[in-house]
Ligand binder design. Sequence first.
Ligand code: F6R
Length: 621
Amino acid sequence: MCGIVGYIGKKNAFPILIKGLQQLEYRGYDSAGVAIISDDNNLNIYKTKGKVSNLRDSCATKYTDGVVGIAHTRWATHGEPSERNAHPHASMSGDIALVHNGIIENYMLLKEQLIAKGYEFKSCTDTEVLVQLIDYYYQKNGHVLVKAVCRALNDVIGAYAIVVLEKSNPGHLVAARKSSPLVVGIGENNADYYFASDASPIVEYTKRVVYLDDGQIANISPGKEPEIINLNEKSIEVDIKEVDIDISKLSKDGFEHFMLKEIYDQPICMNDCMRGRLFVDDNNIANNHIVLSALNNFKDRLLRAKHIIIVACGTSWHAGLIGKMLIEKMCRIRVEVEYASEFRYSNPVIEKDDVIIAISQSGETADTLAAIQLAKEHGALVFGIVNGVGSSIARESDTGIYIHVGPEIGVASTKAFTGQVTVLLLLALALGHETGALSEQEYIETIDELSRIPAKMQEVLKQDNKIKRLSERFTFAGNFLYLGRGFNYPVAMEGALKLKEISYIHAEGYPAAEMKHGPIALVDAEMPIVFLATHHKLYEKVISNMQEVKSRNGKILAIVSESDELIKSIADEVIEIPHTIDALVPLLSVIPLQLLAYHVAVAKGLNVDMPRNLAKSVTVE
Ligand code: F6R
């Protein structure tokens, strides 16, 4: 979703802004723009529909010099993707320009009020309303930008991250946030400052950052310490943090797409995720154990919980479904899994002893953030399972566990899913062991097997060429059905989501036994059906479902346990995965589905890393 970059200092801003926008491209966008104050105090704004490279190329013949500027990639919410609606937006007076992520919910009312005061609008955006509103207070109250921003934001209902510049005073930038992330990077000796929606465009220049909190406004001038105030114009202590992002993880590393690299990264990511948490003694399995500081610090509170609610969206919600099965199986605690977007408006029953587990790759998903804020109002403990270090959900949670899989750039989530499932496994094992609901034997044996999963993932990845070959057969399909049972049921839904997102083929994930209650009507010779049919206690029942499909000429692609001769004789195609225990199967069975979606999309010539209409970080509801 929209990306913000800003720079103020001594260097030429334009290349920094363009590079920063390119580093945020993964978030998804449809137009881009930049505003720079030139040395002779002209405000130059350039925008284009489409890619950041279009913007860069179209600026080649334009004047772009200047040491202060703001830039933006826009993911359309109000008004079509176009140059007119792209950011930055300037006020009617031309004195102020801003970039904005989020949604101003009361923009219609504010717009009417501003029109009544003589303001005219060029775009359909809510953002232009905000810049005019700031301009109104700026003209009215003695041209003090930070005060004008503060006044305007007090009138606003909605979500925002903004960076604002003032043509007549290029010595500072003003930034603010509510429910949409914004990071300020501090250059050496405060000589220059960088602004961005996440730290990835900043880390190349500095590791010292301030993550703005909701309701904070930063007034930033090079050569001075950062100043932060709240919406009541009171000073706030500045909390400077060190970011630790491995820049090499931001490159494709020779892979054709980020998504493929991230699929292949999964064995390493799992090791990163378990490091310092999972301890395996090869000489004596009885010494196997898990250490989770998040659990130790809140042990009483977590052990007291009679009810856990998992909130998440999309792929993270699928990981949540697996989490429910794991926690209920290993800890015997009741767990519900809710779409965060529904939970927040459903007047949910939340007791103060409840634990809310929020799962989010980005840590910035607006609905998940709102759901945990609601849970906190009810006194529940919020436990975050997050990838984005320092992200809003991580900071808003009482405690939690980072999945530590590194930045995920491909829009379709892959390594974050296996990271989330791994952390949920660690949590369920540790909690179940602590409560005594899980036997010692199951605890140590599951830990042992978990430590072998990265190597087994490598085995699954060796089937990539085979999956690529057979995916070419499936590009014709208009619909897919994915079926699984038990732990493989959420995996079926995840496989279907991956295919939809990047290949634009309609797909449904279903519990296999539900097929005959409806979806079987769709089955014909044109309909590929992906069965997750690994060995587990319902294996025979899945085979019966397969026979039902076969007798209706459906095309079966089955994900099976190694050396399954029976299914080979029934299915049209099989992909084998190594044997493992039931609870760990999703970590392996999801990989062929990720690869299948990837290769189908590539075979169709689609943009795998940035599929149409999708955003990586969904910071609006
Ligand atoms: C799917 C996908 C989305 C996200 C969802 C939640 O591939 O990426 O469905 O899982 O938008 O995002 P996070 O996990 O960042 O809260």
